[in-house]
Design a protein around this ligand. Structure first.
Ligand SMILES: CC(C)(COP(=O)(O)OP(=O)(O)OC[C@H]1O[C@@H](n2cnc3c(N)ncnc32)[C@H](O)[C@@H]1OP(=O)(O)O)[C@@H](O)C(=O)NCCC(=O)NCCS
Length: 295
């Protein structure tokens, strides 16, 4: 196990991960933001350097004090050799399998190693496998071969107009975390609310304030650079609001030079329609999350 220390190593890692996109997307996005100030104080571990096979990005041990907080205890993994990364992932210094934790990756091929480790280390694992999207301008910049195949304009699609008298564009405040948490599929508890607050504090977000001056539609970004946790309150759905908010958030992130990507469940028709309207491009790999609970 080799911890990457200093700006130069992390920049070298970022450049190297670009060559493996989109399979490395989740780790690439995380390392990109580690190189932009690293607000979540994450660290990157590799099996060897500079010619690494597997990279794991994780929080520092001192930030993982709550064994039950899988929102904090989250690991991002990319491996050039998913069939042979089990030994590295099984090392206690790399992953603390005694805690409740999450593994995120754009490689579903890690499933085999994780399932084998579940039997060896004695934990229960639940695998979520969703559709992974990248905006067309990010694809053009990072993986142009995928854009050629789709024949889409990199400037992206436009959302429908909204009633600008009724809805005002704004950013989320930490006091809005409870509302976001209420509608987040993976959230709904105190720990997820704290995680949302941390995301709102550290990264750009976007919302529309309704006539009462409170958010009616929103989206935000997590520590992996992914646009996530979008929602619209029930009374204001099917008015084009989330499509508009995601379009504006995309413009904000683009101005900052951030890569832009997102995921959606295969059953979430609305979010898929929104992605096609905005010309987000479906990746040939998936968004994966393994939730692991010790037995
Ligand atoms: C999914 C959700 C965010 C959609 O918000 P919204 O503001 O109603 O979305 P929009 O009005 O921008 O609609 C986007 C597209 O989906 C369609 N749509 C909206 N709700 C739909 C539904 N329930 N079923 C099918 N299509 C739907 C719209 O017609 C639109 O399609 P079009 O562009 O082809 O006309 C909202 O329903 C929600 O908050 N759901 C619960 C939380 C959730 O699923 N969040 C996303 C994943 S984290």
């Amino acid at each position: 196990m080799f911890p990457l220390q200093g700006a130069q190593m992390l920049q070298t890692l970022e450049k190297s991960l670009i060559k493996s996109l989109p399979a490395s997307l989740k780790v690439y996005g995380t390392v990109f933001h580690m190189n932009q100030g690293n607000p979540f104080k994450l660290k990157a571990l590799v099996d060897k350097w500079p010619d690494f096979n597997t990279v794991v990005v994780r929080p520092q041990e001192q930030d993982m004090k709550d064994d039950l907080d899988h929102y904090t205890n989250t690991y991002q993994i990319y491996s050039k050799d998913p069939k042979n990364c089990q030994e590295f992932l099984g090392t206690t210094e790399v992953i603390d399998w005694k805690q409740h934790l999450q593994i995120q990756s754009s490689q579903s091929s890690l499933n085999e190693a994780i399932q084998s480790l579940a039997a060896i280390k004695s934990f229960k694992v639940k695998h979520a496998q969703n559709i992974l999207f990248m905006t067309s301008d990010t694809v053009e910049k990072l993986v142009p071969s995928l854009l050629d195949a789709k024949n889409l304009s990199p400037s992206g699609g436009k959302p429908k107009a909204i009633d600008e008298e009724m809805f005002k564009i704004s950013s989320l405040e930490t006091t809005h975390a409870a509302l976001v948490n209420k509608f987040w599929h993976f959230g709904g508890n105190e720990r997820s609310q704290r995680f949302i607050e941390r995301c709102i504090q550290n990264f750009p977000s976007c919302c529309l304030l309704g006539p009462e001056g409170t958010p009616v539609s929103w989206t935000l970004m997590d520590q992996t650079g992914e646009m996530r946790m979008g929602g619209t309150v029930p009374d204001y759905r099917v008015k084009g609001l989330v499509s508009y908010v995601i379009h504006i958030q995309g413009q904000k992130m683009r101005k900052l030079g951030f890569p832009i990507y997102s995921h959606t469940e295969k059953s979430n028709e609305a979010m898929q329609k929104m992605s096609y309207t905005l010309h987000h491009i479906t990746m040939p790999c998936d968004w994966n999350q393994w939730s692991c609970v010790p037995l």
